[in-house]
Design a protein around this ligand. Structure first.
Ligand code: FAD
Length: 551
């Protein structure tokens, strides 16, 4: 079967592409997804992410290789395996990043990607609570809600504590004054997840020129010389082949997009040779430049009631569930990460270099596919941080020539002086804010790491032992001008290959300072524009209506 465009992966980016490319009715579009539909109620509920966190039905549940600088630990790397991708299983915090993140993308040889260039695409994504402003959009498909109205009272204590410690407080972390303590925004509509699947793809599903195939695993891209011509896939072992008239677009995410390229013979020749894969196009940068945010939590026992008290008992859980069902309000309508913000670990920093999360509860997610949020058995809360722009670089590498075998993920965490320094700097920032009068007033004790952990060495040891990924893998097929060090050009076309583009978090040249879903959706909106512009410039291959595929 032949389509104008084949999109691989119905994740945060893929769902937006499928909608935008099929919108005019002029192009036939096939969207392929290894996972199933996002029909369960739990995909709608913000706290539903606990149900999918360790659930292999909806989650690839990857682990990194042992990390030498993290005492040999393997980092858990959940990835969505369902329509909507990681955007269907994430914690829904909506943070665009800082303007200089994108200015650095442009500086890395990518014209058109500076903050001023990408701002219109962020605005296009959003229906923002602030309405239509220079910084925000009011007509986008993704609803952005502030948690200001419903955040737990001790989040206000956190804001006051940060102010007393000398830091700014901002009313809009996604606005021009992005520095300081803030209540976070959520991509939610009336208390329900506002994902790219629900908002872009679902309404487009009835289009005759869009076909969505779920439970189909793409195995490799097919080529005719240096042109991508289609893909090979399978469903329950049955082989499938689809041809692309215009383009194959990889949107399988920062782990699986480079893996698919390598399985297709596009990558480092020595790696391909090791796994018996013929070189289609030598490209050492595939799978390099992997980045992530590493976060560590400080746990506190409170002298006041926290969300632990509301959600610990069965009766408390039932009350919160009933409130949610009746009004779509209350703690179940919000993220666990209600406040935090961007901070400078040192006044000399040019930009905020640490992101904080203040959660009005302390909890664990039991390692089970039936897990729900389990608050600690005392009145507690936690404060965590991650460095915004780590400089360590990791890699994604295939481990065999079979798509069934997970790729090796190496984050190479803490392998630069800057990253080691910020691991300690962030810990001290937490202690400084916690030492404010406001926060001392609600704190009984620091449970972990605890008062004995004071020296730089001890704080670093705590980070090495306890930090984890906050699931922001990106950069593994970076955008850039040089084919020796990057994978796609500034129009997201794979260097040296026709008809092959990448549109997902793997194209980020550098990680953004905040959470990744917003910038990934921005990349998809901009990528869709570029694909459609290129189609207009080359109408020779346009579909005739007869070629549009019946669903
Ligand atoms: C648990 C968790 C919490 C998070 N919390 C937040 C948050 O609060 N805020 C935030 O901004 N970000 C958060 N993120 C990160 C954010 O959701 C991701 O960075 C973003 O969704 C990535 O989008 P993507 O399009 O690049 O990839 P994905 O959304 O992961 O999409 C890739 C898709 O490709 C499919 N696929 C992969 N391989 C194949 C194949 N061979 N064949 C067919 N299909 C394939 C996958 O099944 C998936 O559906 C979180 C992520 C996770 C996992």
């Amino acid at each position: 079967m032949e389509f104008d465009y084949i999109i691989v992966g119905a994740g945060s980016a893929g769902c937006i592409l499928a909608d935008r490319l099929s919108e005019s009715g002029q192009h036939s579009v096939l969207l392929l997804e290894a996972g199933g539909a996002d029909s369960s109620f739990w995909f709608r509920v913000p706290v539903g992410f606990t149900k999918t966190y360790y659930n292999p039905e909806y989650n690839w549940m990857y682990y990194s290789e042992p990390e030498a600088q993290l005492n040999g630990r393997q980092l858990y790397c959940p990835r969505g395996k369902v329509q909507g991708g990681s955007g269907s299983i994430n914690a829904m915090i909506y943070v665009r990043g800082q303007p200089h993140d994108f200015d650095d993308w442009a500086r890395a040889g990518n014209p058109g990607w500076s903050f001023r260039d990408v701002l219109p695409y962020f605005r296009r994504v959003e229906s923002h609570w602030a309405g239509n402003t220079e910084y925000h959009g009011a007509d986008g498909k993704i609803a952005i809600t502030s948690m200001k109205d419903g955040a737990h009272a001790i989040c206000g204590t956190f804001l006051e504590g940060a102010r007393q410690a000398g830091y700014p407080v901002t009313g809009d972390i996604n606005g021009p004054d992005y520095e300081g303590a803030a209540i976070y925004d959520l991509n939610a509509r009336n208390g329900e997840r506002s994902s790219s699947s629900f908002e872009y793809l679902h309404p487009a599903l009835s289009r005759k020129n869009l076909r969505v195939e779920r439970n189909v695993t793409v195995r490799r891209v097919m080529f005719d010389g240096k042109r991508a011509t289609g893909i090979e896939a399978s469903r329950k072992g049955e082989p499938l082949t689809f041809r692309a008239k215009r383009e194959v677009i990889l949107s399988a995410g920062a782990v699986d997009t480079p893996k698919l390229l390598q399985l297709s013979g596009v990558g480092e020749p020595a790696l391909l040779a090791k796994h018996g894969i013929a070189v289609q196009h030598a490209m050492p940068a595939v799978g390099r430049n992997l980045q992530d945010h590493l976060c560590v939590s400080f746990y506190y026992r409170a002298t006041v009631k926290t969300l632990n008290d509301e959600l610990r008992s069965l009766a408390g859980k039932a009350k919160a569930a009933l409130r949610y069902l009746l009004s779509r309000k209350g703690p179940l309508s919000m993220s666990v990460n209600q406040s935090g913000g961007f901070f400078k670990g040192d006044a000399q920093e040019a930009e905020p270099n640490l992101q904080l999360y203040f959660n009005p509860l302390s909890y664990r997610i039991p390692k089970s596919s039936k897990a729900q949020l389990e608050p600690e058995p005392y009145s507690g809360f936690l404060l965590c941080f991650n460095p915004c722009r780590p400089t360590s670089r990791g890699s994604i590498e295939i481990t065999s020539n079979r798509v069934e075998d997970a790729a090796a993920i190496r984050v190479n965490a803490l392998t630069t002086e800057k990253d080691l320094h910020e691991a300690v700097q962030g810990s001290k920032l937490i202690r400084k804010i916690m030492n404010s009068k406001a926060l001392r007033g609600i704190t009984a004790e620091e449970i972990s790491p605890g008062p004995d952990v004071q020296s730089d060495e001890a704080l670093l040891h705590y980070f090495r032992d306890q930090s984890g990924s906050i699931y922001h893998l990106c950069g593994s097929c970076a955008m850039g001008a040089d084919a020796a060090t990057s994978v796609v050009d500034a129009r997201l076309r794979v260097h040296g290959i026709d008809g092959l583009r990448i549109v997902d978090a793997s194209v980020f040249p550098n990680i953004t300072s905040g959470n990744l879903n917003a910038p990934t959706m921005m990349v998809a909106e901009k990528g869709a524009d570029m694909i459609l512009e290129d189609a207009q410039a080359d109408p020779a291959q346009a579909s005739t209506p007869a070629e549009l595929v019946p669903v």
